[in-house]
Design a protein. Sequence first.
Lengths: 171, 414
Amino acid sequence: MIVLTDNRCTDVPRGRITAALQILGMSALIGATAATGTTLIHTLLSKARTWHEMVSWWHPALSFLVLVPVVLYAWRWDRIRAGWRFRGYHLGDEELYIRAGLLYRRFTVLAYARIQEVNVVSGPIQRRYDLATVTISSAAGRIAIADVDPQTAYELRDRLTDLARKRRLPV
Amino acid sequence: MTLSPLQGRLHPATPLRRSWAVLAALAGLAYQQHNLFSVGTSDARNKIDVPLWVACTAVTVVVVVVLSLFIASWRLSHYSLDGDELEYRSGLLFKVRRHCELHHVQSVDIGQPFFGRLLGVCTLRVVMSGTTMTLSYLTLNQARALKARILAEDTADERLHQVRTADLVVALLLDLGTNLKSLLLVGIGVGPYVLSGELFTLSTLVACVPKVWKLTGRRLFTYSRWSVTRIAEGSYRTDHGLFDTQQYTYRASRVASIELHQPVLWRRFNWVEVRVAVAGAGKPGVLLPVCPRTVAEKLVLHLLGADAVAHLHAPIPAPGKARRATPFHRALGYRLGNGYFATWRGYFFRNSITICPAARIQTVSVRQGPWQRRLGLANVHAHMAGGNRVSAVHRTSAESTDLAQRLHQASALH
């Protein structure tokens, strides 16, 4: 069955690090956007010309705004934890199941016979936390098992290539 | 019987195809310097005097160099069709040598750009799965001979539909969404001028005009004289264009999905626009810019089979909860069965139906956003080869699970 709340999927143990990084990234993005936007509006209204005038409205007390996301995350903690527990993959008999997503949840099914290419990718931040991503390409595009530890990633790659080769259709 | 190899050079106008812009720019640049130099007269002040013989030599050298480069690149571009292999060589500095085996060829189209039409030359596009080999320019006779040899099948052309110009003009005028969008773009372009009254603010138009032209005038020119022809079993060719004539061949075996779009004002005529997504191509291409629904259904019958046409009616409507997720919930729907998956969507100004053969679905996925999670809804996407997807949106969780399961089973390889 293809259920969003399927519990057969193996949890990705490193999911919490990724979730934390995602949340940090999102917060940084929202913060930067808010700072730029308010500065821009202030510049337009006050016709400020120097950088000092542009940021002069910032008051040290504004640093308390940092507490807003902290409170928000504390309040929605169970949802965030549900988000990282949601990540996972499952190798079925004929197809691969992948669940991912924190805010937007997605659950994908791909038949092994349609796999065209399997890659293991690891970026600088991922290497810092000892993580790797397995990307699986089919004719429809690529999907990924994100942020597993490198050993599992290599095993998955070999396993998936093997399964794809065995189930390949005669061309 | 072995045929003699068919070979030759491309048309001598070929190098002009890319370099005429560079030459024009160089000439313009040279002309801009005319008040810096003077030729043959020594009385001009503040100008660098160039003797007449130097100027003549410089011009001659430039012309000779450019011409010899042209001739060299023309002499080096060579094609040959020998047996089962089409080979194309070109390149002066970077040599390109392409081979193409004829049994990989999916279609051959002849296109005529406007300048090419003035010179009597054309472009031959050989479409293989994934890549396209373009030979340009060729004379029309060369192109026809090559095409006949590559296809090597007697083509019985049967015209399926020809779009009438009057219908096309009315249809484009009634396409409210696109016209409002182009009006909005013009408004954005002219807005700063209206607000400030400064003439130089009209320069914002530079950014908008190409887009507006693409949405209005160019559509009229490229869509006019549009016809669909059945050239062989399962092959359908579109011919179109007022100034530059283009062709494109669709093969029934490569069709990933067919979309029927209906802008809101086309409803009383029951007209639709037919787009076809081909496996390997990113965006769906236009099969017919405007036609009555009966003709569209006939084309679906040709491309996907008789069962598919029955699937263009009676969708399963979206659940009542969907009205809290989108204002267009009435237009939503899907239908799956007999190996076809059809979905209905509505946007502000147009409704669209997408239909695909379930056997060509690559991946199935279920997606749920935060607001949908609260309402207990989810989207089901069927991903097709080439990256486009067919989606049934805002179904209840149980329904989406069931639908995804059925889609995956229907797409199973037998």
